[in-house]
Design a protein around this ligand. Sequence first.
Ligand code: ATR
Length: 279
Amino acid sequence: MTERQLNAFVVGHPIAHSRSPLIHGFWLQELGLAGSYRALDVAPREFADFLKRIDGRFVGGNITIPHKESAYAAVGRRDAAAEEIGAVNTVWLEEGIVVGTNTDAYGFAANLDDCAPGWDRRGPALVLGAGGAARAVIFALRQRGMTDIRLVNRTVERARDLSDRFGDGVSAHSWAALPELAADAGLLVNTTSLGMAGGESAAVEMERLPHDAIVTDIVYVPRVTPLLAAARRRGLATVDGLGMLLHQAVPGFERWFGRRPTVSAALRERVVADLDDEP
Ligand code: ATR
């Protein structure tokens, strides 16, 4: 009898720029598994129907923009991470039921564990932004026991909504409070789109941060954002966002294909080469 081929997907709209097929394809080949992972472009109005019909065709997959909130609503069951983050980026099947999780918080923490061990003992944490990405980061910081998390956002009401949601230990502030909040911050996390190639950068006065602070950005194009470059000039430890992308892919791959892949230097080089090829 031939082994059943296991098929997984990433679904988004548009989907052409997703690096997930490259990452999962690398692991399938590295581990010599007879599986497939492909990108599917599904329009929002067809998404719920698509998710209902994966059984028999796929073992599971990743969900990306703009479907993560729809997936949260459409899955048959969600785990605690998906519940807290309010979005689903990974699904699999259990006895015909589509189960959803969110691996962004895992990916964020695993990347820091890899590149800045001990980061979780470096509070207070200063988080720039209050969107979906910030929600995943706050969940990770809380899970790792951080008790003083300061959210700074252009629209302070959004920061307040998140701090209310998470409760004790998470406070909301405007950009104007940044210099004061930075003075004793051990970890600075940018979750905003500021610093993305071609856009505005996040203006943070690095000299305000303690000399042993860690600075990380979830933006990974460019790899060294203006924020990370400024932190490096100041001599601070920095962690780029590419590792989060790689690590967040691990739990899904393990669920679908039954083997836990590793985030190696070779994988990173492969993805960097692909990003550098982008016109
Ligand atoms: P995501 O799900 O990726 O987090 P999002 O929900 O659109 O995306 O959130 C984007 C974040 O980047 C928000 O915190 C946003 O600030 P506002 O809530 O004030 O909109 C922040 N952001 C985007 N562009 C910005 C800019 N030019 N200046 C400051 N913050 C910006």
